[in-house]
Design a protein around this ligand. Sequence first.
Ligand SMILES: Nc1ncnc2c1ncn2[C@@H]1O[C@H](COP(=O)(O)OP(=O)(O)OP(=O)(O)O)[C@@H](O)[C@H]1O
Length: 841
Amino acid sequence: MSKERSIREEEEKRLTEVLGIVERRLLKELSVLGERRGDVVGIRQEFWDDVSFNFSDETELGETWSSIVQQAEILAERERSHKVASTAASRLALQRDNPYFARINFKEAGDGFKESIYIGRGTIVGDDGETFYVYDWRAPVSSLFYDHEPGPASYETPSGTIEGELTLKRQFVIRRGVLKHVFDTDETIGDEILQAVLSERSDTSMKSIVATIQKEQNRIIRDEKHKLLVVQGAAGSGKTSAALQRIAYLLYRYRDTLTPDQIVLFSPNPVFKGYVSRVLPDLGEANMRQMTFQELIESRLGRRYEVEDLFSQTEALSAAEGTPEGDARETAARYKGSKHFFETVNRYLKRLEKEGVKFRLLRFRKDTIVSVEQMEEHFYGVLGHEHFGDRLAKLRRWLNVQLDQWVDSQLKEPWVQEAAELTDDEEYQRAYVELRRRGGYGEETFDDEAQISELLMKRAAENAIAPLRKAVKGFRFLDPLATYRELFRSRTLFTACAPDGRLPAGYEWMAQRAEETMDRKELDHEDATPLLYVLEALEGFRKVDGEVRHLFVDEAQDYSPFQAAFLRRRFPRARMTVLGDFNQAIYAQAEESGGFGGWTRLVPAQETEVWRLSTSYRSTEPIVNFSKRILKPEDAEGISPFHRQGEEPLLASCADGAELADRIAADAKALLETGYATIGVIAKTARECANASALVKERLGDDVPVTLVTGGSANLPRGVSILPSYLSKGIEFDAVLVWDASDARYGREQDRKLLYTVCTRALHVLHVYCLGAPSPLLAASGGSVPATDSSSAQASNEAPTAADAAPAAADAAVPTNSGALPRAAKVQSATDVPSSAEVNR
Ligand SMILES: Nc1ncnc2c1ncn2[C@@H]1O[C@H](COP(=O)(O)OP(=O)(O)OP(=O)(O)O)[C@@H](O)[C@H]1O
C-alpha cells in the first residue's frame, strides 16, 4: 500500500472515531433540548394556573406576589438550561460537519513524550473526560501549528515555555464529516490551502480564517501583554480577520471572567457591521457589541441636535470641492479633529472650572423658577470648592430642592386650585390611599379633607412641572452647545486656551459657520465629537463605560486624534486593539494625524505594541501590484502580494455616461454568469451612485439583482451592489467595477488614498472605467489611455486595443486560481489538491 493510502486510511479511521463521539453527544443534547423546550412551553402555558391569587389583605397580597416570583424563577431557570443545550447542540453540529483541520506531532524536550494533537474550532474530549481528541485552536499548544514548521519548536503556556520538536504537520479538508483531502506540509501554514481559500468566491459575510492563520497574524491574535495594540496593515492583510479571531481567542482564554458584551468593536459603517457579524457565531462564540462612532454620537446628541454624519460631511465636501467654501470647510474639519484643538478644548475645560459654563433658566409659563445667574452663583459659589465633575450632579440636587420650594409656594395660587378641582376619581382615590398609608387619614373630619385637598394641589403643581423635573434629571439646565460655541465667539478666549496662544487658520470662517448652524441646533460632523467631549466632561463623564474590558477599533486611520482621545476617556478600563492602514485614510478629519489618529499617544510606550502586516491576501497579485502603483512609492514600499495569480486589471476610457453604463452592465452580467457572487460597482459619491444605479438597472432589467447601497444599509446583498467609495471600507467583492475614475473625479492628491481603497476591494477581478481622461493617479498603473474613444488598456502597460474593451468581462470568467495551484509543498497526491469550494474555514 502506498504511503499516501495508508495515511488516508489511518486518518479516516480516526475521523470515524471522533465523529462517533460527536454524534452520540449531539443526540444526547438534542434530546435534552427537546425536553427543555417542552418544559418551557408547558410552564409558559400554565404560568397563571399555578399562581394563587388573593388580594384581600396585605399578607395575602405578599403571598400572591411571591408565588408569581417563584413561577417566574422556575421559568427563567428552564429557559437558561434550554439556551445552554441549544448552544451546545449548535456547536456539536458544527463539529460534526468539520471536527478538525490540522494535526501536529510534537515531541517534548526532556522526557521525549510524543503526542499527536488534532486542532479544530472547538475541543472534543472523550467520554472518559480525559482523552483530548481535538484541541481548540486557541489552546496554548495549538500555537505550534501556526507558528512553526517541522523542526525545533516551542509554545507558551501560563506556566512557562514548552520546548520540543515538531515532527509532523498535517492539514485536512473535511466537509460534512467526509475527509476530502489530507496533506503534509513543511511550511508554516501550507501554501496550497491558503491558495485555495483565497481563490474561493466571496460571500456576503466574512468567514473565519482559523485553518490558515498566518504567523504574524497569530501574534496579534494572542497578544495578552499590551494595553494598546496598534496594527498597521496593508489593504487585505487580514486586520479585521485578526481582530475577530482575537476576540474569539480572548473569549476562550478568559472564559470565566470575560463576556461578549464587555468587548466593543467600533466599525466604519452599518454595512461592515453586517458583513462581519457571522464570524464569531461560526466559531461557536456569541458576538461582541458592535457600534459605529456615529451611533455613539447619535445616542448622546441625536435627540437635542440635528447632527450631520460623516458620510453627509464627505458628500458635502465633495460637492463643494475646489470652491473657497469647500476649502474652508475642509480646513475646519481637519482642524477640529486635531490634537491642537483637543488641547485647546482641554484648557478651556480647565477655565470652565472657574467661570463660563452656560446654563438655561428654569421657567414655568412666564415665571422664572431659577435664573441663570442663580445657577451660576450656586455652581461657582456654594459648589466652587467641589470637584468639577461632581458639581453638576450637586447643582441638580439643589435645583430639585428649588422646584420643591416653588411647588409649595404655588399651593395658594388660583391656577393650582383650579387644576386640583379637575382631579378625576382615580386620582382622588390614589391620594386617599396615600394619605392612609402615611397614617394621616382618620375619621372623616374637616382636617382630613384639608389634607387631601392639599395633596391634590401639590400633585397638580407637580404634574404641571413634570417636564421641568425631567429636564433637570437629564441635566438639561446645562447648555453645552452655548458653552462650546463660546470658543468661536471670543477670539481672546480661544487664544487664551490654545496651547500656542494662536488662532488656527480659518478661524473666522469657523466662527461665522458656528453662528449660521448652531442657532438652528444643527451640528456639523466636525463639531459633534468636541461638543460631546465638553458635555461629558461637564457631566463628569457619568456615561463612562467602565465595564468594557476590550475595545477594538477597525479602520482606525479614519478617526481624528480628538476622537481617539475621546474614546480613551469614555472606555477608561479597556485594553485597546486598533487596526488601520494609513494608505486608506480617506476622511478630512484624520488627515492631520498622518493616518493614525494619535492612537499611540494614548498609552505609555512600554504598554504599547505596534505590529505591521505587509502581505496582502485579499487580491490577486496583479490587482495588488496595480493598486500599489496608485500610492506614492514610499507608501507602497512595504506592501507585498500573496502569490495568487489572476487576470490583469483593466483600465478603460468611455466616451460618455451611456457607454460607461453599457460596459459596466455588460461586465456585471458576464461576471455573474461565470459564477462570481458579489460584484461591487463603486462610484466616488452617493450622487453618482444614484445615477449609476438607474442606468445599470435599466440595462440589466429585473433578471439581475442590483442593489443601491446607502449609509443606512445593514447588509451586503449578493449580485451587483452599487455603492459610494467611502462605504466600501473594510468589505470586499469578487469583482470591482470602478465607476468613473477620471481626472475629473479623482484628480486631486487628496483622492489618492480613496482610489487606492476602492481598487483594493477586489478579490479576483478589477475593471477601472473613466469618463474621458483617467485620473493622473493611475498614470503609473498603466493609465495613459487616450481619453477620446472607448479604448482600454490592460494595466500591464500593454498597448490598448479596441478588442480589450468589451471582451474584458469574458476574460474575467477564467477562474483566477488556474495558475495558482500548489507550489513546492509536499502534497499527498495530485488529486488531493482541494478545489476552492472545499476548503475549511
Ligand atoms: N490567514 C488568512 N487565511 C485566509 N484568508 C485570509 C487570511 N488573512 C486574510 N485573509 C482574507 O483576506 C481578505 C482580507 O482580510 P481582511 O478584511 O481581514 O483584511 P483587512 O486588512 O482588514 O483589509 P482592509 O484594510 O482592506 O479592510 C479576507 O477575505 C480574508 O478572509
